[in-house]
Unconditional design. Structure first.
Length: 326
């Protein structure tokens, strides 16, 4: 019998979306500033990690699969740090789209005593426009036939134009590839035809114009996104409430969250979509892939900062009764 780790090692996933550099400044607080009522953080160290769509790729590589990435970086010092983070994580940076008009997106988090004090963002607030579209589609045309599955990682920073999204979904469908979307915004019609979408509870509520705490939210949002918007399968993540999968055959599967101590949810959504994409690309069912993703998400939230899952940590935490369908 082929092991999950062997199946994953033979899987290639294309990640397309908004790349970011996650920067962390770590320190401690011993006093309040005399200049304003704010804490003074004494900086002890700083670290960098792939963020956004780049973190999806880092999780894919951590699971033993191969990741190809298409996304935008600026011509700046932060892009070099991101490229170095790619190299450290074993991710190819050969297909990055580089521009001079907009900066590399950076999220800087200041952490003191294992708690986030503040986050500072640098990003192209006005959007990238569509000048990168032709170059991006050319890169996608070359990479899609090599992939076993595709992730559209949309953080709303402007790289994923409607044209790029449509090309990925249509061409992926022609090639028989699972196309998974981690969405952003309220308009999910642009993702029509995707294999799976993975909104969290808040995102699902916004997409269907319902209250986040409405007790009927999950039961109504899943079928609306699947049947009315036209996305084939829907996985709504709900933190400590688990996740619910609505399949294209009309069935619904709820996966309970595993009891863990949550320290930081940064990047947990990236881990979930990455795990489902690797599972789907390896030939597992969406239900089995979602179960693995549920376990993987529960692992990464136990650490502070952006943390990618690894195949060893995942397999060590998988319930003993997990038997994927073949």
């Amino acid at each position: 019998m082929i092991s999950i780790s062997q199946q994953f090692s033979e899987t290639k996933v294309l990640v397309v979306g908004d790349l970011m550099l996650d920067r962390f400044w770590w320190g401690d607080v011993t006093r309040i500033s005399p200049e304003a009522p704010v804490p003074v953080v004494r900086l002890k160290r700083d670290t960098y990690a792939p963020g956004g769509a780049a973190n999806v790729a880092a999780n894919i590589v951590g699971l033993g699969a191969k990741a190809f990435v298409v996304g935008y970086v600026g011509d700046d010092a932060e892009s070099e740090l991101l490229r170095q983070a790619f190299q450290n994580s074993g991710i190819s940076a050969d297909r990055l789209i580089t521009g001079t008009s907009y900066p590399t997106a950076v999220k800087t988090r200041i952490i003191a005593h294992s708690q986030q004090v503040v986050r500072v963002d640098k990003e192209p607030y006005e959007g990238l426009g569509d000048s990168h579209e032709d170059e991006s589609i050319a890169a996608l045309e070359a990479l899609l036939p090599m992939a076993g599955s595709v992730v559209i990682s949309d953080y709303g920073k402007g790289f994923l134009t409607d044209g790029i999204i449509r090309f990925i979904i249509d061409r992926g469908s022609e090639l028989g590839l699972p196309v998974l979307v981690d969405p952003k915004g309220r308009n999910y019609a642009k993702y029509k035809g995707a294999t799976l979408i993975t909104p969290n509870r808040k995102e699902a509520a916004e997409a269907v114009a319902m209250g986040e705490e409405d007790p009927e939210l999950i039961e109504k949002a899943g079928p609306i996104l699947r049947d009315e918007v036209g996305i084939r399968n829907v996985l709504i993540t709900q933190g400590d409430r688990g996740m619910t999968l609505f399949l294209d055959n009309g069935s619904r599967i709820h996966i309970e969250a595993e009891p863990v101590q949550t320290f930081d949810v940064t990047g947990a959504g990236d881990t979930v979509v990455a795990t489902v994409a690797v599972g789907a690309g390896a030939g597992l069912t969406l239900a089995d892939s979602a179960k693995l993703a549920n376990t993987a998400g529960g692992i990464v939230v136990q650490q502070v900062g952006t943390s990618a899952i690894t195949i060893d940590r995942l397999l060590a935490a998988v319930p003993s009764d997990f038997r994927p369908e073949r």
